[in-house]
Design a protein around this ligand. Structure first.
Ligand code: AMP
Ligand code: GLY
Length: 422
């Protein structure tokens, strides 16, 4: 079986490592992949969003199955384009991907079907948004660009001035381009955050092990929002009682709502939740595996990932039993100095063996922004590596990940020292 994985981050590296365990897999391609992925799969230089080149490649190379991992290709209909040519794939179609690619769509969906989320208003006219903000007395408030914005389109405004600045940045200066043509202004929620990824074929839904992302750049949950600086799994705040409530009030109602909207969701549905005093509420949906959540979670999956994915493609997820390890895992992201703002790349990464890893079977070095050249690995992006560890307790997983990263270095390397402390 020939498999093509679309994407180039740590998440894709983790997916590739997991599907490699399937004995039917004979060859894996990654488009475009990265330095670490090139030690596991054949990287092909096709842009993740190039639908035509991707379908051509899949047809010419008789690819049996395509895994579309990132949000951008999903939001522009990569799955629709592949399926049109008869190529089997994993991921939601363009209509279902709106659950992430349009916050206006997802907020309206939650309101229509009574799924708990922050109170909100939507605006397409900056003047109306400004009038609304001036009439508000409660801050902070949260302002979100409607479309995809690399995780940066969410601004938490502490006061009116910051809120007005956010409207200016998103709607007038158009910092996020067309993504900011519409905005959502919503209630600020308080409580621990939990990520729950789930496998679903649109009818059956299996939640994965819960996790806790660390989105802010600096220790103590300070600094700008990033794609995620580290993760632990499972999330200690997510009890079985809370899981039951989420299943009944959020997970199942969401897939049923998507069915009713003729947008049945097949793939990995990501629930970003806030455990508020009034109960769990949705902060965001993503139409894909999270990054770095996937790096920690897939290490705990004992069932064959590719078998689950194919069962989803064939609408027979209910036939599969999914088993999880009772171990715990932690992933610490090593980033380029300056990320998520501007940063330099092209620095040699020290401390990796020739597979781009370290010699310890409980440690996994997932590559994100790296490149392999002349026998060495170099930095090539904001998030560079995810040092991930599995152990019988969370404390020892965290300890081992931090111990391992002491031997890895590159110029400007930055990481959070408090992953798992919240
Ligand atoms: P998002 O890209 O929607 O996940 O938002 C990024 C981060 O902003 C989330 O992980 C939260 O920490 C924070 N956030 C988003 N929406 C809210 C909200 N309504 N209340 C409080 N924090 C929020
Ligand atoms: N780690 C957050 C995300 O994948 O969106």
């Amino acid at each position: 079986m020939k498999v093509l994985v679309i994407g180039s981050g740590g998440r894709e590296h983790a997916i590739i490592k997991a599907i490699k365990k399937n004995k039917r897999v004979t060859q894996i391609f990654a488009a475009p992949g990265n330095g670490g992925i090139s030690t596991e799969a054949q990287c092909v230089p096709i842009k993740a969003t190039d639908k035509e080149a991707m379908t051509d490649f899949a047809l010419k190379n008789s690819i049996d199955y395509v895994i579309v991992a990132p949000d951008d290709p999903l939001s522009i209909g990569m799955v629709d384009a592949l399926e049109e040519k008869g190529i089997r794939c994993f991921g939601p179609n363009m209509k279902a991907a709106r659950i992430e690619s349009s916050k206006v769509f997802s907020k309206n969906l939650m309101k229509k079907y009574g799924i708990p989320t922050a109170e909100y208003e939507t605006f397409s006219d900056p003047q109306k948004a400004i009038e609304y903000l001036k009439s508000k007395s409660d801050f902070p408030t949260v302002i979100k660009a409607d479309g995809l914005a690399l995780g940066k389109g969410v601004i938490i405004a502490e006061n009116l001035q910051q809120a007005l600045d956010a409207i200016n940045t998103i709607m007038c200066e158009k910092k996020f381009g067309g993504s900011g043509a519409n905005i959502v202004i919503e209630e600020f929620l308080k409580g621990p955050e939990v990520t729950v990824l789930s496998f679903t074929d649109g009818i059956t839904l299996y939640p994965m092990i819960s996790s806790m992302d660390h989105k802010r750049a600096f220790d103590g949950n300070t600094g700008p929002n990033t794609g995620g600086m580290g993760v632990i799994a499972p999330n200690p705040h997510y009890t079985e009682e809370i899981a039951d409530v989420c299943e009944k009030t959020i997970f199942l109602p969401t897939i049923r709502a998507m069915q009713k909207e003729d947008s049945s969701f097949k793939g990995c549905l990501y629930f970003g939740l806030m455990l508020t005093e009034q109960g769990p509420k949705v902060i965001e949906y993503n139409c894909r595996f999270g990054d770095p959540e996937t790096q920690a979670i897939l290490l705990l999956l004992e069932t064959d990932l590719l078998e689950i994915m194919q069962a989803i493609t064939d609408n027979r997820l209910s036939d599969i039993k999914i088993k999880w390890s009772s171990k715990e895992s932690a992933c610490v992201v090593l980033a380029s100095g300056g990320y998520p703002d501007s940063y330099k790349t092209g620095f040699v990464i020290n401390g990796l063996n020739k597979e781009g890893s370290v010699d310890n079977e409980n440690l996994f070095i997932y590559h994100a922004g790296t490149e392999y050249k002349d026998g060495s690995f170099f930095t090539k992006g904001g998030r560079v590596l995810g040092v991930t560890s599995v152990a019988s307790t969370l404390d020892s997983a965290i300890y081992e990940a931090y111990k391992a990263l002491e031997s890895i270095s590159f110029e400007g390397m930055h990481y959070r020292k408090d992953i798992g402390k919240y």
